[in-house]
Write a protein that binds this ligand. Structure first.
Ligand code: AMP
Length: 482
């Protein structure tokens, strides 16, 4: 690759920090921002470590207050009672309905090609088993239309049995007399997997009668399906009306600890890296993060809308013409909030959208006609890395380029490697779902991150400051002394 011209400086440096008082407030102290109601800063503790270590962190964060655009819901309290709060006295001999997420990829022969979601469900199930509960597992798989053998949960049984060390039984349905018989025969510590709950259209409609039938199988409820927590379905929301207590599983709790807890009360400096194809799909996330971060790094296809808004030529790069004003207003907002927003100063351009395209590296201000930007360039990688080493918390959502093509995966892979390196040095690194997760997995550094979100849509909604129906429906955590 040739370097065609020197990089243009498009970085917006931090302003004289009108938000100084917010950024330097003492954890736990109430601070008032001009024109805003008081905000209690809450210290986030226990950033790295295992599931169990983190499982109570969110429950210590009371009433996380979010500042958002006018018209959006303002207060989110995601502090939920955790399955870890339930002891043998609460669980022994009790039938527990666990909504898990076993929506794993299968090949044509019904072999599981990635068991991440099954492994992620194990801590909650084991906690219930060792405390003598009768575990009734529910999940969806794929998007079936009625009873479809292809979408049966049967392929999950051997792997789950192996991971739990307990033989998992499987029902052929998720409600009805046959299922009731199997539940009645479950010993303490036994595990029964119900059939795909989406075989009933009532599931996604959150039909109260269907929810009641599901709930009638059990005494209490645990939601550990973060990936579907942004949907109000019968097994994620409806059942909570009939089962008490309704609590969060360890996986769900961990997602909240990081995506709500660490984001609300980060160790600073706090940086967000946002990439992906379009600015329109990330507006909510960018706006929400601009309220919280010190540094915002932008990459991916969305940068060209920002460039164009600044009057630069972008060749045939991806652009959203109707979002130029929005891009300008986001840049202005970053400046007024004292957020250091960095746009890539150079890009890798291609003569066509293809893995074997001819490529070149040019300054962001020198993209020739007929060429499109498909990755961030080497100068930008260096600038981004230099910014990242100053941070103590980083959240990443969206690739820096078309990482599906090896030739244009360099920027995304460099960020993944840098975050792995920082993680080892104690920086809290959060990968917020979707393609960024695929990227860190591709580079082989997934295990090194503080947290990898298991839910694409759900994590985006949380980062936008939205409430997730499957979380809202759970019991509030018992208040802790301030
Ligand atoms: P998203 O789902 O919005 O996070 O977008 C992810 C997609 O953005 C990936 O499939 C990438 O290939 C794509 N993407 C990243 N950078 C670019 C770019 N410069 N031009 C076009 N698509 C891109």
């Amino acid at each position: 690759m040739a370097y065609a011209s020197s990089p243009a400086s498009l970085s917006l440096l931090p302003s004289s920090s009108s938000s100084y008082s917010r950024r330097h407030a003492v954890p736990g102290a109430a601070v008032t921002l001009p024109g805003r109601s008081p905000v209690r800063r809450l210290e986030f503790i226990g950033t790295v470590g295992g599931f169990l270590l983190n499982s109570h962190v969110a429950s210590k964060i009371r009433g996380v207050t979010r500042m958002m655009r006018p018209g959006l819901r303002i207060v989110v309290s995601m502090a939920k009672r955790s399955v870890g709060d339930l002891t043998v006295a609460d669980l022994k001999g009790k039938k527990v309905f666990v909504r898990a997420d076993f929506n794993v990829p299968l090949d044509e022969d019904q072999n599981i090609t990635d068991d991440t979601r099954i492994r992620a469900a194990v801590p909650t199930i084991k906690h219930l088993i060792v405390n003598g509960a009768k575990v009734i597992l529910s999940s969806h798989l794929g998007r079936p239309k009625g009873f479809t053998p292809k979408y049966s949960l049967a392929p999950i049984v051997p792997r789950l049995t192996e991971l739990l060390g307990v033989q998992v039984q499987k029902a052929d349905d998720c409600i009805g007399p046959e299922v009731e018989k199997l539940v009645a025969a479950l010993p303490d510590g036994g595990v029964l997997l119900l059939e795909n709950v989406r075989f009933y259209k009532e599931e996604e409609k959150n039909d109260p009668e269907f929810a009641k039938k599901l709930a009638s199988l059990a005494d209490l409820y645990v939601n550990d399906a973060f990936g579907t927590a942004h949907r109000a379905h019968a097994s994620t929301e409806g059942v909570t009306k009939f089962l008490k207590p309704s609590v969060a599983g360890f996986l769900l709790q961990k997602e909240l600890d990081y995506l709500v807890g660490a984001v609300a009360s980060p160790k600073r400096p706090f940086a967000a890296i946002v990439g992906g194809s379009k600015v329109s799909s990330k507006i909510g996330v960018i706006e929400s993060l601009l309220e919280k971060v010190d540094i915002l790094l932008l990459g991916g296809g969305m940068i060209f809308t920002f460039y164009k808004a600044q009057g630069l030529s972008i060749g045939s790069s991806l652009v959203e013409e109707d979002k130029l004003d929005l891009a300008t207003s986001l840049l202005e907002k970053a400046k007024s909030k004292g957020v250091s927003l960095l746009l890539p100063t150079d890009v890798v351009i291609a003569d066509k959208f293809a893995a074997d395209a001819n490529s070149n590296v040019v300054s962001s201000s020198a993209i020739p006609e007929g060429w499109m930007g498909l990755d961030i360039g080497p100068d930008s990688i260096k600038t981004f890395n230099d910014a990242l080493v100053t941070t103590r918390t980083v959240i990443w959502n969206g690739p820096m380029g078309v990482f599906e093509f090896d030739k244009f995966a360099v920027g995304t892979e460099a960020i993944a490697k840098k975050l792995a390196e920082l993680s080892a040095k104690g920086v809290t690194t959060i990968i917020g779902g979707g393609d960024s997760v695929a990227a860190v997995e591709k580079v082989g550094v997934a295990e090194k991150m503080s947290h990898i979100s298991t839910g694409g849509g759900a994590s985006l909604e949380l980062l936008e400051g939205k409430e997730l129906p499957g979380v809202v429906a759970l019991d509030e955590a018992v208040p802790v002394a301030a």
